[in-house]
Design a protein around this ligand. Structure first.
Ligand SMILES: NC(=O)C1=CN([C@@H]2O[C@H](COP(=O)(O)OP(=O)(O)OC[C@H]3O[C@@H](n4cnc5c(N)ncnc54)[C@H](O)[C@@H]3O)[C@@H](O)[C@H]2O)[C@@H](O)CC1
Ligand SMILES: [K+]
Length: 506
């Protein structure tokens, strides 16, 4: 899989460079051929049922018309719903339109409800749409989304923003594809936010455009990539035989205020099963006596936070921490320290509410990872959740820069960003993770990786990927996604981490 993710501006630059080096119409012809081959692969050969092709007014429509002409020439039954625009189509799209008309494809004005198709090819809009779909375009998308057959989107599901993964709005609509074949390079919007539900399985075809033709927009210039094990697996070294618990670091979870012990214990279990040498809960509360012992996990040492020696330990601040004055004081203390730090949940809300804590965090003299969900990110940025979700990559980047920390913006296609603007979009996981406590386990897991010496960026990438992979493992054995519980994650994380460490040796 192509793991670099290109912005629309970068794709346009690649397109310009390639177009100037190739005979006119080459890229569209190649896009049409690539999509035709992929469609036939999906259909396992020439279908007997009708393939429905939706073609829009721009070059995405041109790609679709190429596919329609190709499939018809191969003897497939093809119906085309063509949505002309206000202006004249580009010369390439006009040529593709004439090719499709000249063949046996049948042009239709409207979609007949109830008509069955073996495949819908969605070529209404690609990287072009600047405004929400309305009128006939909207009706076509609504009709396609009601269909039960597979849908193959060309380049981008129509109506989705390829940069952000948000449906172009307000009140927009986008095709919910089963598959997307995307051209010239992979795109972030296919892998995060709404994109996760709209793109289906993503296949990249570079249209034969090699690195020379994309000079100026190559790997070094892509500032986003998919998060996969090669980015962090080298940190998952197998254990040395001559080692002891002190070799794998201490994690202290600062949280577990009275009535909120569960969050801290889940984080602590996440840390324990991810290999931290020793795990503590530094329990916030008047006397710290809220929890004495985790009976199912007696390895976890529970101490009052007041007087706890945080120095030299990795601190996971936030799970069940509350917003008391004592919690705020403790948080200020750990932010002023120099150990590895992971800030989650209530600690993020305290930071959001306090310029003083923000300044201390930005000055923190050690590795720091923040794990906000979109609402927490919105509070930290002083905006609303929809604003965060409208551009998850930029929101994560902005937070990482402001707070000088690696930021994990959770949610479908979690985005991991670092202060220099580099971002990664996670590839593992499923909606089973949308359950109380799963974020606490992620925080503990991230803390354990930091405690074992992983740098902040790799720890964040590794934690997010392992957390998702653990959920995928559970779903594969029937434990979810519906009803997956956070408490089941730590053992599955352990299995994934050990598999990763074993692979890194082979
Ligand atoms: N130009 C090239 O060389 C290549 C282009 N390719 C295809 O071309 C696509 C980009 O083409 P375009 O830049 O023409 O963009 P699109 O085809 O995505 O859409 C642009 C067109 O849609 C109209 N439009 C935008 N939003 C609309 C809305 N809400 N309602 C109705 N009309 C709307 C615009 O006025 C314009 O006519 C790519 O996604 C890709 O599929 C590929 O064939 C690769 C090569
Ligand atoms: K499309």
């Amino acid at each position: 899989m192509d793991t670099l993710l290109y912005s629309v501006d970068q794709i346009r630059a690649i397109e310009r460079a390639a177009t100037s080096a190739l005979p006119p119409g080459t890229l569209m012809r190649r896009a049409g051929e690539a999509a035709t081959t992929y469609a036939l692969e999906l259909l396992k050969g020439r279908p007997t049922d009708v393939v429905l092709v939706l073609a829009g007014p721009g070059n995405n429509g041109g790609d679709a018309l190429e596919v329609a002409a190709n499939l018809a020439a191969l003897g497939c039954k093809v119906k085309v719903a063509w949505l002309g625009g206000d202006g004249a189509p580009s010369p390439e799209t006009q040529a593709a339109l004439e090719r499709a008309h000249a063949g046996s494809a049948c042009f239709v004005d409207d979609l007949t409800d109830g008509e069955s198709h073996c495949l819908v090819i969605d070529g209404l809009f690609g990287i072009g749409p600047a405004r929400p779909l309305a009128g006939r375009a909207r009706e076509l998308v609504e009709a396609v989304n009601r269909k039960r057959c597979p849908v193959l989107s060309l380049d981008v599901p129509s109506g989705l923003d390829a940069d952000t993964g948000a449906v172009v709005g307000p009140h927009g609509i986008a095709v919910a594809a089963t598959y997307t074949i995307t051209f010239l390079g992979n795109k972030p919007g296919l892998h995060t936010g709404d994109g996760c539900d709209h793109a289906g399985r993503v296949h990249v075809d570079r249209l034969g455009v090699d690195e020379l033709q994309v000079a100026g927009v190559d790997a070094e210039h892509a500032r986003a990539r998919l998060n996969l094990p090669p980015l962090f697996a080298a940190c998952a070294a197998p254990r040395r035989r001559n080692s002891h618990k002190g070799s794998y670091g201490d994690v202290a979870v600062l949280g577990g205020a009275p009535g909120m012990a569960g969050a801290a214990l889940l984080a602590a279990r996440g840390a324990l099963f991810a290999g931290a040498g020793r795990v503590f809960v530094a329990a916030v509360g008047d006397d710290g006596a809220g929890i004495a012992l985790d009976p199912t996990q007696p390895e976890i040492m529970i101490r009052p936070a007041a007087g706890f020696a945080f120095g030299g330990r990795t601190v996971v601040a936030g799970p069940g921490m509350g917003d008391s004055a004592g919690a705020t004081r403790m948080l200020a203390q750990v932010l002023d320290g120099s150990g590895p730090l992971l800030v989650d949940a209530d600690a993020l809300n305290l930071v959001a509410a306090s310029p003083d804590l923000q300044a201390r965090l930005a000055r923190h003299d050690g590795p720091a990872v923040l794990t906000p969900h979109p609402l927490e990110a919105a509070r930290l940025l002083g905006v609303t959740t929809p604003v965060v979700q409208a551009d998850r990559l930029e929101s994560a980047r902005e937070l990482a820069q402001r707070l000088n920390a690696v930021v994990v913006l959770k949610g479908a296609g979690s985005v991991i960003a670092r202060p220099d603007g580099e971002v990664a979009v996670n590839t593992s996981g499923n909606p089973g993770l949308a359950t109380g406590g799963s974020g606490d386990v992620l925080a503990g897991l991230g803390g354990a990786l930091l405690a074992q010496g992983w740098p902040a960026w790799e720890a964040a990438l590794g934690a997010v990927w392992l957390h998702g992979a653990a959920a995928d493992r559970l779903v594969n054995c029937g434990c979810g996604p519906i009803g997956l519980t956070a408490g089941e994650l730590p053992r599955a994380i352990r299995a994934e981490l050990n598999a990763l460490a074993a692979q890194s040796r082979s």
